[in-house]
Design a protein around this ligand. Structure first.
Ligand code: MD3
Ligand code: FE
Length: 214
């Protein structure tokens, strides 16, 4: 018997601050299935680097699935029902994705979470995400559920003010974090992904964020 290899036994729940719960390893048991679904989604709506309102190309490559998707261009940030790359709807949210996000939200104290967006972020070596708040959604009472896959990354999480010095947290393949309540509008970001970290996804990290935007 090697019970220490069972993913279930590596699960752990850590309250990071009021409203933010780290569910270490929560997605490990389903991670192969989550990874296997990604090519079906990206065949319909490929990863692309979006442009900010200020004209900068984002370092993170993104796509979406669900009834809505997060998009950015010279007009700004918004949620849109169709992929601007081709004008058709985003791929549907797979049941496995929805069930995972609902289960995590429920365990973190947010029962009845019903996401309509899964933003899929891809990080390659050097890719970063600058400190920001997520405030493009209509209803800040719904949490955001984030699922980390592939290479580990250092997550920065600050407070409600940009001036607060962010804490650092390393997120690994299979980790899930639920951000709601008082933590919903906290500043956060990702440090540049380190090179030479090869995983199930090669040298990249994929993050799924589930949101209720509409
Ligand atoms: C804390 N993504 O897509 S997920 C984003 O790893 C984003 O790709 C990061 O920030 C990533 O907007 C971080 C963790 C996360 C997501 C939303 C939050 C943390 C959050 C909203 C409020 C507070
Ligand atoms: Fe964010």
């Amino acid at each position: 018997m090697t019970p220490f290899l069972l993913p279930e036994l590596r699960e752990e729940t850590v309250v990071l601050c009021p409203g933010a719960t780290l569910l270490r390893g929560f997605a490990l048991a389903q991670s192969d299935d989550l990874v296997a679904i990604l090519p079906n989604l990206t065949a319909q709506s490929p990863f692309r680097q979006m442009v900010t309102k200020g004209g900068h190309l984002m370092s993170v490559a993104m796509t979406n699935c669900g009834a809505l998707g997060w998009v950015s261009d010279r007009k700004g940030y918004r949620y849109a029902a169709c992929d601007p790359a081709h004008g058709r709807p985003w791929p549907a949210l797979p049941d496995l994705f929805r069930d995972l996000a609902q289960g995590a939200a429920n365990d973190a104290g947010f029962p009845g979470f019903s996401p309509d967006v899964c933003l899929i972020n891809r990080y390659e070596p050097g890719t970063r995400l600058a400190l920001h708040q997520d405030r493009d959604e209509r209803d800040f009472t719904a949490p955001i559920v984030s699922v980390s896959l592939g290479a580990p990354a250092i997550f920065l999480f600050g407070g409600r003010e940009r001036s607060e010095k962010p804490r650092r947290l390393k997120l690994f393949h299979g980790d899930v974090v639920v951000w709601g309540g008082q933590a919903r509008l906290n500043f956060h970001g990702i440090l540049p992904l380190k090179p030479d970290q090869s995983t199930i996804l090669g040298p990249q990290r994929i993050n799924l964020t589930f949101r209720k935007a509409g």
